[in-house]
Ligand binder design. Sequence first.
Ligand SMILES: [Zn+2]
Length: 222
Amino acid sequence: MVIKNNPEHDPAGDLKIVDAYMRWALLAAEEVVGKKGMSVVLREAKLERVIDNLPPNELKASGGYSFGEYASLNAALLNFFGRAAKSMVLRIGRLSAKQGIEQQGAMFGIAALIASKVLPFPAQVKLGLEAMRDGFVKVYGASGQKVEIVVEDRGDRIAYLDYGCANCAGKQSDAPMCWIHLGVIQEGLRWQTGKEAEVLQAECRAMGAAACVWEVSKKAKE
Ligand SMILES: [Zn+2]
């Protein structure tokens, strides 16, 4: 995978990332790569300032870090891990999601999701992805920012489309690079349904698509 900065300006890169999301990704990354690895990653991502300045654990986009910087963290992790990158970054996404589930239950309508366990798996997936969409729209709306996320039924899969994906904002890549969010979706659905969902990234803004698109199979893994 080759990831570069996009020479064209990507407005999504200017959005302010929610402080807690940046914090969880950084803590999860450190857990996976260790302190030494992390200092290499942060240097490559031009994020050395987080070392003494970890964003607060708050669901506010205070402006401390941008979507572009979140994408740079992701890109540096992918570059750092080489061939093992995908599984490592997936793990970082899943660890980040755990924090989210523990700390922002109300935002993502967790009580309703728990109640959805009686529904068939595809209906649970749809509810879960819609709750994720609504949570992000709400949390960014609270800081005066608009994110455009769509959930749609595509026959045997349910798709989650993000038109301003933080994982790849301002980047160019020769392969889909938003594994962090794939991990977030997997872990969120595992927590919600008790099953392992089959998720793939079908399109990526870093490859020129209008939106990053993840598709979840209506059949859980056996
Ligand atoms: Zn993306």
